[in-house]
Design a protein around this ligand. Structure first.
Ligand code: SF4
Length: 472
């Protein structure tokens, strides 16, 4: 995935930039980068590998040395960035967040004009460099950004730093948020709203889909108005957005309470909720759902296990699934008297492959749980994400839902994915039952599509729900 942060200020902003982008560390694990411009020193840029050490540790010396009242920074899950570019548009730094599905065709388009690319290891082209080359196809940076957005199949939000200003652009359909904060000295741009609020900026506004703005310490100029429908990613609220953030005016934490309340309403209708001793969340994003569920039902909220975080603070680390499972297991420390002989209801943000949840449930049974009921705070994930580099649903064949459909009906079942994704249908019920049995859950229920969209509370037409509904 990845995230970015930028500032244009009347004051030196190296530290605000450093802390602001660090608050995006939950969105990526591979590379971090900062670029600043200072009238006396010029452009400065640093990139580090952050796979084994947090952003702040890696950049603590650089931030002391960097100078400027304007800068951009990013956390990247793939390529090194920000890139420093010199072209007919002048010198600029660029960072991007998004996914390019037609990378080869776009690279070919630029290569046919006798341009070149620096190759990354593995022979891949740096996607941010590809975006830079598309920007350079036009006569101004704003026109170049628009051209890049038009050409890219997928999504692409970006931040450009020049000697005089920042350009911020939100992807064409607004799959990810791009937010602006303001204080007396200037403006900040961010994916996460709390990143600039902690630096003393007030929320100013969300950019619209496809909108491009030019930002200086003195003001914001709109270079391209929003001109299309919004399809913001619903998973932002369900899973990967930080609880303190708000997007389109909807706070992540309170959305999750609401989602838990709706799950509780289903269970109260069917009487299941009355029989459990404790309701708990699979940390971290399951926890607020469990608070909502507990508040609605009156069943005590508890934390039957707690993650040991002082040395394993980062939930995305490392990149290998096997290592992740091992670390997840090492982190989980049980509280025996909340588990032994108890009927527990756990809420997880989603069920993807199911491997980690299966291990959590085994761990609870090993520690003496009598029953473990599972609720998923989102509907069954039936489709891989086409729009973002979103790890949860990258490989459709690994999804537990697809695996169960194949087991139940073979390839023919792929024609009925919409029915499988809806637990009010016979196919949906059969799939839920099959997952419940394989995973040894005492009961399983998924949130409905309606439950998610009404917890968010925006017009459903403004929300992307593709990975659940398959509707674009
Ligand atoms: S497909 Fe899923 S993960 Fe991707 S943007 Fe849409 S809702 Fe988000």
């Amino acid at each position: 995935m990845g995230g970015f942060f930028g500032i244009a200020s009347k004051q030196q902003c190296n530290y605000d930039l450093y802390y602001g982008v660090d608050y995006h560390s939950h969105l990526g694990t591979r590379r971090g980068g900062m670029a600043m411009y200072d009238r006396e020193i010029g452009f400065q840029r640093q990139i580090h590998n952050i796979e084994n050490s947090p952003f702040r540790t890696k950049f603590e010396k650089d931030v002391d040395e960097m100078r400027g009242c304007i800068g951009i920074a990013c956390i990247s899950d793939f390529e090194p960035q920000p890139l420093l570019v010199r072209s007919h548009l002048g010198s600029f730094a660029l960072c991007t967040v998004g996914k390019i599905n037609n990378e080869d065709a776009l690279a070919e388009l630029v290569l046919n004009k006798n341009h070149h690319y620096l190759e990354l290891s593995g022979g891949k082209i740096n996607p941010t460099e590809l975006v830079a080359s598309l920007i350079n196809e036009e006569n101004t940076i704003a026109e170049g950004i628009r051209f890049a957005q038009r050409m890219i199949d997928g999504s692409m939000s970006m931040l450009v730093l020049t000697k005089d200003c920042l350009y911020a652009a939100r992807d064409f359909y607004g799959r990810l948020p791009v937010l602006i904060g303001k204080n007396d000295d200037g403006y900040a741009v961010s994916i996460e709203s709390f990143a600039y609020e902690k630096a003393g900026f007030d929320h100013y506004r969300d950019l619209g889909p496809g909108e491009i703005v030019r930002i200086t310490a003195e003001g914001i100029e709109q270079m391209q108005a929003t001109d299309r429908k919004k399809r913001i990613c619903s998973f932002l609220w369900t899973y990967y957005g930080y609880p303190n953030s708000h997007y389109e005016g909807v706070t992540v934490e309170t959305m999750r309470y609401k989602c838990g309340e709706i799950l509780a309403d289903y269970d109260m209708q069917e009487g299941i909720a009355r029989t459990v001793d404790y309701v708990a969340g699979v940390p971290d994003s399951g926890t607020p759902n469990a608070i909502g569920y507990a508040n609605r039902t009156g069943i005590p909220f508890a934390r039957p296990f707690i993650k040991y975080t002082p040395t394993w603070a980062r939930s995305f680390m490392p990149t290998s699934q096997k290592q992740r499972n091992l670390i997840a297991n090492k982190k989980q420390i049980p509280i025996k008297n909340l588990i032994e002989g108890k009927k527990l209801l756990f809420i997880d943000d989603s069920i993807v492959r199911g491997t980690q949840l299966r291990e959590t449930v085994d761990f609870l049974y090993r520690n003496g749980a009598k029953e473990v009921h599972i609720r998923s705070a989102c509907p069954p994930i039936m489709f891989g994400c086409k729009y973002l580099n979103f790890s949860r649903s990258k490989n459709e064949l690994e999804l537990i839902t697809r695996r169960k459909v194949l087991e139940l009906e073979g390839e023919k079942g792929m024609m009925y994915l919409d029915q499988y994704g809806d637990f009010s249908t016979d196919r949906g019920k059969a799939m839920v039952k099959a997952i419940e049995e394989e995973m040894k859950f005492s009961s399983l229920r998924f949130q409905s599509l309606w439950g998610v969209t009404s917890s968010i509370g925006l017009d459903p037409e403004d929300l992307c729900t593709y990975c659940w509904s398959g509707k674009e």
